[in-house]
Design a binder for this molecule. Structure first.
Ligand code: SF4
Ligand code: SF4
Length: 263
């Protein structure tokens, strides 16, 4: 399976694919045939030797599904890897013995209801915009891989229809502020405080239990002007804490956003 959340230069990636896969440019109205179900001859083939990039909401939902802390999830199931030629750390699902996803069983995905966005969106991908590109209709692509027979099954979708069917529309919206932060970090030249900033990025993005401890077990709430309502909200909900974390990242990385030090 090809990563389906980052690429922009489609031609370049097609060249890298050298016949193993082809990325077909698409728009929101492009229709494509696709269906994946246990009856396809390739069932489970795409969950082996793959790159699955994880978003913060993927990590929270999967670790809660497994009933473990975020640091345990990171230790057992994922690896940090710098994105291409940058020092931006992104998180990938670790393959068992380098071969297959740890959540794969003969009957399919054991965390299906909480599977990552990348798995939900396959075989579609969005071509990310640079921070200076204007908002507007997204550019997409359809990933056509030799091993995937879903393209020859019945079913016809536009990309928004497919994403809604797979339950990724809401996750995309929740992750959007983080994706904007990632796009900015990719194009930013970080300076002397790079390591410190990247550690903050990793903590908020992937280790929510550490971020909770940072907020509630340090002088954070004394130093920053956070409303009582917000404190109550982030205390009782992981998803609210993560949304708050994205806002905190804007302050910590770019000195922007709605969180301010107390005067
Ligand atoms: S999380 Fe599930 S769908 Fe995604 S690669 Fe693993 S087994 Fe496959
Ligand atoms: S049809 Fe494609 S997505 Fe479905 S199991 Fe086969 S390879 Fe994976």
């Amino acid at each position: 399976m090809v990563e389906n959340s980052i690429p922009k230069e489609i031609e370049e990636l097609n060249a890298e694919g050298k016949g193993r896969f082809h990325l077909k440019p698409a728009s929101e109205s492009t229709e494509f045939p696709f269906s994946c179900h246990p009856g396809v001859s390739c069932f489970n083939a795409c969950c082996k030797q793959i790159d699955v990039l994880l978003t913060p909401f993927d990590v929270v939902r999967i670790k809660n599904r497994l009933g473990i802390r975020s640091d345990e999830f990171l230790q057992k199931y994922a690896d940090l890897q710098n994105f291409k030629n940058t020092s931006l750390p992104l998180l990938k699902l670790r393959m068992v013995e380098g071969e297959r996803c740890a959540f794969l069983s003969d009957a399919g995905c054991t965390i299906y209801e909480n599977r990552p966005v990348v798995c939900r969106n396959y075989p579609t991908g969005v071509a990310t915009k640079s921070p200076d590109e204007k908002a507007g209709e997204n550019s997409y692509f359809i990933i056509e891989e030799e091993m995937c027979k879903g393209h020859f099954e019945k079913g016809k979708w536009t990309i928004p229809e497919y994403k809604t069917n797979q339950g990724s529309t809401e996750l995309d919206q929740l992750n959007q502020p983080w994706l904007e932060i990632v796009a900015r970090l990719k194009s930013l030249t970080l300076k002397d405080d790079q390591d410190q900033k990247m550690n903050i990025f990793i903590m908020v993005s992937y280790d929510l239990d550490a971020f909770r401890s940072f907020v509630f077990n340090s002088s954070f709430l004394d130093r920053f002007d956070i409303s009582v309502d917000t404190v109550e909200r982030i205390k009782s909900s992981d998803e609210e804490l993560l949304k708050f974390g994205f806002e905190w990242l804007k302050f910590a990385l770019f000195a922007e956003g709605s969180i301010h030090p107390r005067k």
